[in-house]
Design a protein around this ligand. Sequence first.
Ligand code: BGC
Length: 731
Amino acid sequence: MVKAAMDHRGIEKLLSEMTLKEKVGQLTMLSGELVQTGPASAPVTSDAIKNGEVGSLLNLVGSERVRDAQRHAVEGSRLGIPLFFSLDVLYGLRTMFPIPLGESSAFDPALWEATARVAAEECAVEGIDLTFAPMIDIARDPRWGRTLEGPGEDALVGQRVARAKVRGYQTDDLAAPTAIAATAKHFAGYGAVLAGREYASVDMSERLLHEVYLPPFRAAVEAGVACLMPAFIDLNGTPMSIHVPLLRKLVRERWGFDGVIVSDWSSIAELLLHGVAARPEAAALALNAGVDIDMMGKGAYVDGLPEALDRGLVTMARIDEAVRRVLMLKLKLGLFDDPYRRCGSPEAIAASAAQPARRALAREAARKSIVLLTNTGATLPLKGSLKSIAIVGPFGEIAGGNSEPPPAERVAALVDQVKAAFPEAAVSVAAGSHVEQPREGGLAEALRNAEQSDVILLCLGERVDMAGEASSRAYPGLPQPQQDLARALLETGKPVVVLLFSGRPLIVPDWLAAFAKAILAVWHPGSEGEGAIADVLSGAYNPSGRLSMSWPADVGQIPIFFAERPTGRPRLENEHFSSKYLDIPNDPRFRFGHGLSYTSFLLSNPRATRWTIAAGETTEILVDVKNTGAMAGEHTVFLFIRDVASSITRPALELEDFTKVMVAPGEMKTVRFALSSDQLRFLGADLEPVLEPGAFEIFVGPSANPAQLQMLELQVRQVEARQAQPSPKSM
Ligand code: BGC
């Protein structure tokens, strides 16, 4: 039995007492099998725990269950080493928040942290020590279903999400009563799978990897993330689970990450299918690359490591290093002090669940995530005097996703919330169609209700399982039956307000964008989504969400994102030899940063406190934001840069900062951004950061739409010592 007062020395002593089998056990994570998040597998047995064959479990939730399994480890195994328990907590455990892509649209790091905090508090009374979140894979291809789980297309947003989430889950002490360990995943480049097809390989330049896909992970490591998960993918010819240059050299040696690296579900065993190695070589390659834990390994580590050791493919020192990191994580989590510390009593769980503040936060998160995409003729907010509202669309099927209440209750909740917001209106409901199939008699019923209503709230989109893992879609749009329903309703001539539920940017057909009176992206908004939707429809909340990912106008544009590098032949409508499609629109339907409000804002007088800076210096960029409308509103202001001439080409726009400001009608506020010379650096030819002198264009505005940006120019003085080559700016 392990003594209560464990410390670093105790860990070394424990390590010295462990058999090889027990060591490999610590490096083995098995499923509790209550939740299925990967291909079927044999569940863990109490004997395996007692024999020290497993060091951690995933997908076992609930205080009593966890306590039970832990008892086998602590009381039944030779050394009594506690297990840790882990789970994917993508958007909450009991209180459900909007999906991460939706939440990223809030552009609100304090909110991102607060929702992670609540998720951690709920986990910490139900036996969970570690979550496999945040997912910080940048994604520029909406065909890929896991856009749902991530921060969207931009690296800066990804970095801010990473920091906020790590702080929210972990606080600054993993042993604090409500802290749990976070996992930065999936390292790295997963969002760029070939043609958006799940689990496919990734081929990308080192530059793109370092400029866009790695920075969120670095931010997570700098924020002290406890754990990191390599992606399933093959990156440029090497599966990530054995990627020595990235895992060992970059993450461990250069970034100094000393936390645990856990494989993704059986990804070490899958090396065989990548055509790289079978056991025991696969085990040796992964361990030597720095992967400590084999999740659901089908024996990859359990059988592979002892054989690899015999054959000299791994050393005992390497095995010890990995075991030490796992034991250290358990120490930091406080599990040696009290292995049951996160197994709350029924009273603690009930008290935790009953907190109204959590529901209020879920409602706030949902409100802030909703993006008003179009609003013709100020249709929204809807007038309080409406006499009849028809809710139409397969909302019940869509809403069954990330929520505890069953679909029927969600439909009832939507009706209740709409009724509460519009007390004078009669509210009818008709599904109209299924999500992917027509519904017998559905259209007729929907049309009957529509005819008798002042306005139609048309709920369209994807079920939650149409995005997420293993849910790539070649046509990320609205399934045909929903399009048919929408057309029929538009033809009635009644005003149609579309609520789009999705886990990704959806391709909105031209006719829908043109003829719907208003379109709202509501994502999958979580436990309090219906209330948040009603708040936005009625104007009780003035929408402030902005897209963190461009919405394509056509599938042929994918991948489409704002930070593209310039071409020597930019698009000119009247020039044949210019960069454009001839057969589809060339702009995205909705750009990064797009999101309307019920009020209007005017940005003016962009200025800098210093117009010239040198290395190590900072300037401030200021811009005045005036609310020129009639309703208070929150405005998001983005700051982009463009390096006018540089030794390596730079994207036409690079996001450097964003901030939100609440402005009353008629009021003007000044927004300030600190801009340091470090933010003007880029990765030079050797992929090391460099600052080159010369002009930089600074843009401020409400989105990445060039037409909405205001520009000022800044000069960088002084060449850095390491830069021997003449810069193009001096040419
Ligand atoms: C997913 C991971 C997840 C793991 C455990 C895998 O299939 O790729 O994101 O954390 O399962 O559920």
